[in-house]
Ligand binder design. Structure first.
Ligand SMILES: Cc1cc2nc3c(=O)[nH]c(=O)nc-3n(C[C@H](O)[C@H](O)[C@H](O)COP(=O)(O)OP(=O)(O)OC[C@H]3O[C@@H](n4cnc5c(N)ncnc54)[C@H](O)[C@@H]3O)c2cc1C
Length: 390
């Protein structure tokens, strides 16, 4: 078998497999290297995907539930409920999503090698090579371009002069038996979930995922959360197996260089408000596919040519990312008392109804809704600006 490809993609997560399918459909010779032994193995993800994103990307996964409402809890335990008529999001089995994307890419002609970890990526003038290891066997592959879709823990972007993502947090969750919870619950409490939030998401009958995002000690915070949910009678006491993953809250300084691009979590293409990265990674994969098609038509794989990808996804996502980072900075400043007060104010102003009925509500694009909430709460603009700048 010839070991020369058009594109080598490192990582068979949703971003890598989605791009592999796009490129294979365009008849490029694509190789995907994945260190795990199968697609979807050990996925650490709640599997919430906006309904619009799910449909527009023609995704296929095992759907646990369709969600059209959620409860948002303040530290006091008081909550607001947001409900819309239409399904807003699908809660899916994340492993099944990865498997279906892999099957789609393989069906289109992409080649996958599981149990194969990329070790060294070396760009040269006329090609780029990847040294990999599979069950102690050393392998060498060559391509025109390498795509780093290898998640946040992957060190290749830094080694290849694209910088690194310094701002990230831990996402952790465990499967739990539920007591009569059939709606997504989101918890805000600066002591239990400092700077971020926790969630309880029902999946199959009587089961769900409890999780949180934190800057430190993910397992300790998760154990505290589970004890608290047990005390509240929301979940049934049981042995838990927690998984932990990293979530980027910044973007890579450069998402391309000569013959190489970074995609998905590796590039920081993640919603800063929620840490969800499935949709933005795939949107960016579409832009990567267009750029690579152009690069092949001009036989130009320089950083200059590939910067169309960098420009393209920044143009598409930057407004949301910047607004999301600002919201995060603001949230970091808030005390529990303020959160409690804001919830009461939001109820008084009938904000949940206004947000739910607003034309600008979107599960995946949050900047307009954030503005609506800020305006609706009549927050002191000077105080707000000060908090955001600090
Ligand atoms: C607890 C938690 C819950 C989450 N819930 C949601 C959610 O509900 N909705 C949502 O949209 N997002 C969610 N996310 C985020 C989401 O999981 C990521 O944004 C998404 O997986 C990113 O996809 P990716 O393809 O870029 O990277 P990944 O899914 O991380 O895939 C990267 C792949 O590269 C492989 N790899 C790495 N290095 C190498 C190497 N050297 N050689 C070969 N292979 C390699 C890895 O094994 C992995 O399979 C959650 C994250 C966490 C931690």
């Amino acid at each position: 078998m010839d070991d020369t490809y058009d594109v080598i993609i490192i990582g068979a997560g949703p971003s890598g497999s989605y791009l592999a399918a796009q490129l294979a459909h365009m008849s490029y010779r694509v190789l995907v290297l994945e260190q795990k032994s199968a697609a979807g193995q050990d996925a650490c993800c709640t599997g919430i995907i906006g309904a619009e994103a799910y449909r527009s990307l023609f995704l296929e996964a095992k759907i646990y539930r369709k969600a059209r409402s959620a409860k948002f809890f303040a530290p006091s335990g008081d909550f607001l409920r947001l409900e819309r008529e239409e399904t807003q999001a699908y809660i899916v089995d994340r492993s099944s999503l990865d498997i279906s994307l892999y099957q789609r890419a393989e069906g289109a002609g992409a080649e996958f090698r599981f149990n194969t970890a990329a070790k060294v990526v070396t760009p040269a003038e006329k090609s780029i090579s990847v040294r990999a290891e599979s069950e102690n066997e050393r392998l060498e592959f060559t391509a025109q371009v390498v795509v780093l879709a290898c998640g946040l823990t992957c060190r290749f972007p830094q080694e290849l002069g694209m910088g690194n993502i310094a701002n990230f947090a831990y996402g952790t969750q465990a499967e739990v038996p539920l007591n009569d919870i059939d709606e997504v619950e989101v918890y805000f409490d600066q002591e239990r979930y400092p700077d971020f939030f926790g969630w309880l998401v029902p999946t199959t009958e009587g089961h769900g995922l409890a999780g949180l995002i934190t800057d430190e000690k993910p397992v300790e915070y998760l154990n505290d959360m589970l004890t608290h949910l047990e005390e509240q009678g929301k979940i049934v006491p049981a042995d838990h197996h927690a998984c932990v993953g990293l979530i980027p809250f910044d973007t890579l300084p450069e998402s391309c260089n000569n013959r190489v691009i970074a995609l998905g979590d590796a590039a920081g293409q993640v919603k800063p408000t929620t840490g969800g990265g499935i949709y933005y990674g795939m949107l960016s994969a579409q832009i990567a596919a267009q750029t690579l098609h152009q690069a092949f038509s001009e036989s130009d794989f320089s950083a200059g040519m590939l910067s169309f990808y960098d420009d393209g996804w920044h143009r598409r996502l930057d407004n949301e990312l910047k607004s999301g980072y600002r919201s995060r900075r603001l949230y970091h400043k808030l005390k529990n008392k303020q959160l409690d007060r804001w919830l009461q104010a939001a109820r008084k102003q009938d904000l949940p109804r206004q947000v739910a009925e607003g034309q600008d509500f979107s599960f995946d694009w949050h900047s307009a809704v954030v503005m609506k909430i800020v305006k609706g709460l009549s927050l002191n603009p000077i105080e707000l600006l000060r908090m955001m700048r600090e």
